[in-house]
Design a protein around this ligand. Structure first.
Ligand code: ASP
Length: 335
């Protein structure tokens, strides 16, 4: 069976007797009801949607503004992520990110568009807007990943400014950690805040972005899931998108975001897909899941969203139907 036919079949059978148009029309205006054929699933035009990990109202509003003006989902997720990259008070992304165990701030980011294009930068120093740099890799080079010095050199060649990313507050936190921690990275359940963002624009196209300073006090050179395709982010414009936050090593071992999207392709709702992807981590032999956090967010082509975490304390921001809300995620350890 051809891929497109397969998706049509699974999505329609999942809807039982109702057509997609029937379901969507409950919440839509006449303007929204224009039919578009976008990807494999024929949907009505839905209002733009942005979903992002953690409590990121300004970033999500910024992305939603781009969409409202008719901008692309790709522009929206880039602009949204840039807000947190520039926020020196956020110690997990961009400027102000907590350093590695040697005191160097290194950033990771990736971006994917509706055509399945991907760009990423890993372990980059001195450049704040790594999400824009990842986009440059995607659009201006024949490659998909640049790391370290090469990525920094490329950034400068593209007009990015070098700047010191280690703020006084993050330096102080690192110095305090060195005294207490016997020089090991902290693998705990609170120390996460990566921004993973997914958006659907007025044309129904989906894009996503993910940006982070990674695990605080990580080993020099360590990279987690966030910039890795299928790990911290995956988009398939025919199906949906997913993003992850939490302990990247665990997300990578289960190819988490790719898994969420593939589960949606098989007919699972975004919520069911996130729950199953968390279950894969929890159910691994000897999984130490009580001692680390992982969380997923997802959106499908119909604009349905889902989120699930191992532990409590994960929330996400959702901009839908013109409203931007921070929502507490459901989580595995509730049971
Ligand atoms: N996923 C990120 C990483 O492992 C960390 C985070 O979400 O805070 O690098």
């Amino acid at each position: 069976m051809k891929r497109r036919k397969f998706i049509e079949k699974t999505s329609i059978s999942g809807l039982g007797l109702f057509s997609i148009s029937t379901l969507v029309s409950c919440n839509t205006t006449n303007e929204d009801k224009k039919e578009v054929k976008s990807g494999a699933i024929t949907t009505n035009v839905i209002k733009p949607i942005v979903i992002a990990t953690w409590n990121t109202p300004t970033a999500v509003n910024t992305a939603a503004e781009v969409l409202k003006k008719g901008g692309s989902a790709l522009d929206a997720v880039e602009e949204g992520c840039k807000i947190e990259e520039a926020n020196s008070k956020n110690q997990t992304v961009g400027i102000g990110g907590l350093p590695d165990r040697d005191g160097a701030v290194t950033l990771d980011a990736c971006i994917m568009d509706e055509k399945g294009n991907y760009g990423a930068v890993l372990c980059v120093k001195n450049i704040k807007h790594v999400i824009s740099l990842a986009r440059k890799v995607m659009e201006e080079t024949p490659h998909v990943i640049l790391v370290g010095e090469g990525a920094e050199q490329f950034a400068v060649s593209q007009g990015f400014e070098r700047e010191n990313l280690l703020t006084e507050a993050s330096k102080k936190a690192w110095e305090e950690w060195k005294v207490k921690s016997e020089y090991k990275p902290i693998i705990n359940i609170e120390n996460h805040d990566t921004i993973g963002m997914l958006a659907i624009d007025k044309k129904g196209n989906i894009s996503g972005a993910c940006t982070t300073s990674g695990l605080a006090y990580k080993m020099k050179g360590r990279v987690g899931d966030s910039p890795v395709i299928g790990g911290g982010l995956f988009i398939d414009n025919e199906v949906g998108g997913a993003a992850a936050t939490g302990l990247g090593e665990e997300v990578l071992k289960t190819v988490g975001s790719f898994l969420v999207v593939e589960l949606m392709r098989q007919g699972k709702s975004p919520q069911e897909a996130c729950e199953e992807a968390i279950a894969r981590i929890v159910n691994r032999p000897n999984s130490n899941y009580k001692n680390f956090q992982v969380a997923y967010i997802a959106v499908n082509k119909k604009g349905e969203t889902g989120a699930y975490a191992i532990h409590e304390w994960f929330s996400y921001n959702l901009h839908k139907e013109g409203e931007n809300k921070n929502i507490k995620s459901d989580f595995y350890l509730k049971n």
